[in-house]
Write a protein that binds this ligand. Structure first.
Ligand code: ZN
Length: 317
């Protein structure tokens, strides 16, 4: 499916909102438990805090290239129940180089009560959203920028927004929007609304760009035209925040050719995932995924067929 076919493809229309229409569910770390889903670790001199926004149940119908039976079998291989997989929505706060950078901004109220915990989690931890200096959006889908749009305004009120030009162009294109089905109009409205919330503090980038504070933008197109990873480097240590390279870990690590209906260009998304997995496994590169099970940080190991995810061990001290 190419970009132009995106909104006319019946496959996408069929799985699109079916996958996103979620019943309100209680997320780990939701109010009342006294616990929050957060994990802090070091990358060189950088302090990184993984923050859970909640989770989104995804079943086989949202994916392309695998049937319900195959999906269930891979979940069983990973000792997980089916028939749905609780796909995490993670954001990451990076304290490095004198700057507080938030990688993605959660869903806000876009998808019901199961999600939208990012800001309350930050507040519980004593992290003031208004102290965030920069928001780096891997792309402009609602589960990455929805948290910017609250009834009381942008919680990241003093931050700059860094986003790839190609995503700004796509989601801001009135012509593409006019051809999109009614149920996708909200995606465009949220993208443009979130960007507008930063006013003149919008800082678009193109291609591979140095964003300062040890962060480099790395284009990973396919899921959206401007989908981007952010490479954090500090000392000899690196971490690639790879955004939406993976949506259902137990399925797509072993079967990277399986795509999700939300990919604007499924072929390119699969090719990009293959390239990222190849690089991450060859270089023993640490990755952090927006939808890899919380905290979503670890390594990608090549198997005789496909890959497996090796979660980062707890850091003591
Ligand atoms: Zn996403």
């Amino acid at each position: 499916m190419n970009r132009r076919d995106f909104f006319t493809a019946s496959a996408l229309a069929a799985v699109g909102l079916a996958g996103l229409r979620v019943a309100p569910v209680k997320a780990a770390g939701s109010a009342g438990t006294g616990l929050v889903a957060a994990r802090e670790f070091q990358i060189g001199d950088a302090k990184v805090t993984a923050l859970s926004d909640g989770f989104l149940p995804i079943d086989a119908s949202a994916l392309i290239g695998i049937d319900a039976e195959g999906f269930a079998a891979l979940l069983a291989d990973a000792y997980l129940p089916g028939p749905t997989h609780p796909t995490g929505v993670n954001a990451f706060l990076v304290d490095h180089g004198g700057r507080l950078t938030l990688i993605d901004a959660g869903t806000g109220t876009a998808f019901g009560d199961g999600l939208g915990h990012l800001v309350s989690t930050m507040t519980t931890l004593g992290l003031d959203p208004a102290a965030v200096d920069a928001v780096c959006a891997t792309h402009l889908h609602p589960d990455h920028i929805g948290g910017i749009l609250t009834e009381t305004g942008n919680p990241f009120a003093n931050a700059t927004l860094h986003v790839n030009e190609a995503d700004l162009a796509f989601w801001g294109d009135a012509d593409i929007k006019s051809k999109a089905p009614a149920e996708f109009q909200g995606f465009f409205d949220m993208a443009t609304g979130a960007v507008a919330a930063f006013g003149d503090r919008l800082m678009p980038f193109t291609g591979e760009s140095d964003l300062g504070a040890g962060l480099t933008a790395m284009p990973l197109p396919g899921h959206t035209p401007g989908h981007t990873g952010f490479m954090l480097s500090s000392g000899d240590d690196t971490l690639l925040f790879f955004g939406d390279i993976v949506h259902v870990g137990p399925v797509q690590f072993p079967r990277p050719e399986v795509t999700i209906g939300f990919d604007v260009d499924t072929e390119m998304a699969a090719a990009t995932r293959a390239r990222v997995f190849d690089m991450a496994s060859a270089d023993r590169l640490r990755i952090a995924g927006a939808h890899v099970s919380f905290p979503g940080v670890g390594f990608v190991e090549a198997e005789s067929e496909g890959y497996r995810f090796v979660p980062q061990s707890w850091q003591y001290g």
